[in-house]
Design a binder for this molecule. Sequence first.
Ligand code: SF4
Length: 317
Amino acid sequence: MERYYRYSKYLREKYGVKTYKLPVNLPVTCPNRDGLLSEEGCAFCGEKGGGFDNLPSSVSVKEQLIKTKEYIGEKYGAEKFIAYYQTFTSSYLPLDKLLEYVAPALEINDIVEVSISTRPDCINQHYLKNLKDFIDKNSKGVNLSLELGLQTVNYRTLKEINRGHTLAEFIDAVLTARSNNVEVGVHLILNLPGDNKIDAIENAKVLSALKVDNVKLHALYIREGSDFAGRYKEGKLEIISMDEYIERVITFLEYLDPKIAVQRLLGRAPEENSLFVNWDHSWWKIHQLVLQEMKVRDTFQGKKFNYLQGKCLQKFI
Ligand code: SF4
């Protein structure tokens, strides 16, 4: 039995064949780093802003896509691809520059989707409509999707980690994407300091209520150069145990709408320049432990998804 709805399965259902992401590294920054919102960045953010295995941003978008397509196609047997604009805040650009960067993806065979990873406060109706129109005009049916970094629905924690936006901006971005028929994936960290199991449940509930399309979970890792690194070295940062993380993942999945695809149960970060990564276990090992525990408990994604649409009225049915 599948314990959760895997994103790989979702992509196969959608595109009919094995479909993989091709990471693209743009020479962009982020409003939470360049001084618009702050210069410090989110408390967990290392200097690379995600995308550790990517080619450098000095390589043209077209070349990045061609090279990674060849490598990933061969290594994983993928037949279709998603151009995944991954690093920092990929839409934090003038619109014409963003369209210029998206254009090469529309010229490469077998790319079926353009996915923009960004912050909720770096997308709006004007950008989405123009992006969508541009892609529709210049491709044969390439889809557009967003990956929104939220990290947690707990607005107090968002403030604590210097995220620079609250839950409201996230809701606005999801509703704007919805109204443009753009799919939404969401990134969450289930063990941010200050969050607990109740936050894990609320994360699942909010994402389910907003009907997002997929979610990517991360366990907190501590990158050298981040604000958390300083606190960690001083012994002032508490990180929950691996068992507690597994508990939160299972609880999150139980409350999550079974129609929402799950990209990952935890992320991967290189040990180089990291002070703490996944309790010194491989992501795969922890993934297996989650599945084993779900089997023992005979549980699955959506087991407790019964709280929307007037739960209290169910007694009258
Ligand atoms: S995590 Fe993302 S939003 Fe936060 S500072 Fe880093 S690049 Fe910016």
